[in-house]
Design a protein around this ligand. Structure first.
Ligand code: UGY
Ligand code: MN
Length: 250
């Protein structure tokens, strides 16, 4: 019989000063202003020291997401989500994504039961550079590039690599056995959602098994490395702050 204490307080989730590994068994669902028939799982926010927020929104059919604070990036994980921003009206299926500039009037609603990853960040202006405009796309249609010449590690940049964008969102797909060619230590922070497969993530001085559904936040300068394990590819969606002077982080 079920004891009521199946995990006895154990979980793969870990919170350290330089990273957070959040596994689905520890997800807490909440509301943010404006959400209707939708709940959010906030993965990371300034409360932990991040300069952005990332959350997963789970919609009932017809559910609505509230207003954004700053620019918003949305990636549909499951179902179908309508994004309505002024003259732009799109229905996005799984793998569809939208970039919505700060201040844009918007309505993000679910056509059916759906889930989406959402990233919001204040925009860091640069004199002489025009802020980005609304865009939508489909992950599978984006160009795929071998990372450092390794054809077993493919990267798709979802946002254009221009100075107008102050963050990047990419997907990274590792064939079984593929791994990052180096341990990275960099100023930029990451929000990472495991989409498929799994492997071992080195975070700071710890090595963690990770699998689809897990979320990881890496603080600036967190040593990081990933190697894919298993019989199918591992794939993640990864946010990175980008393209700004190191003294212009606010
Ligand atoms: O772009 C990146 O920094 C990426 N290679 N990092 C990562 O996968 N942890
Ligand atoms: Mn990195």
């Amino acid at each position: 019989m079920h004891s009521g204490l199946p995990h006895l307080g154990r979980t793969r989730s870990v919170r350290r000063s330089s990273y957070l590994l959040q596994t689905p068994d520890t997800f807490v669902r909440t509301q943010i202003p404006g959400t209707i028939r939708a709940t959010v799982i906030v993965h990371v926010s300034p409360a932990i020291g991040a300069a952005f927020t990332q959350y997963t929104v789970e919609f009932e059919p017809g559910g609505v997401l509230g207003a954004a604070l700053g620019q918003r990036f949305l990636y549909v994980l499951e179902g179908s989500v309508a994004v309505d921003a002024g003259s732009h009206k799109h229905a996005l299926g799984a793998g569809g994504f939208a970039y919505i500039p700060r201040g844009a009037e918007q309505r993000v609603s679910a056509v059916e039961k759906s889930r989406a990853a959402v990233i919001e960040q204040p925009y860091r202006e640069v004199k002489g550079i025009v802020a980005p405009e609304f865009l939508v796309g489909q992950e599978a249609d984006m160009a795929t590039v071998a990372l450092m010449g390794d054809s077993d590690l493919q990267v798709r940049s979802l946002l254009p690599d221009t100075m107008a964008f102050d963050f990047a969102v990419n997907t990274m797909t590792y064939q079984p056995g593929a791994g990052l060619s180096m341990v990275e230590i960099h100023m930029m922070e990451h929000g990472l959602l495991m989409l498929e497969g799994g492997g071992i993530y080195r975070l700071d001085d710890d090595w963690h098994p990770v699998t689809a559904g897990d979320f990881i936040w890496m603080a600036p300068y967190c040593p990081q490395w990933f190697g894919a394990i298993g019989k199918k590819p591992a794939k993640y969606l990864i946010y990175k702050d980008w393209n700004r002077h190191p003294l212009r982080q606010a």
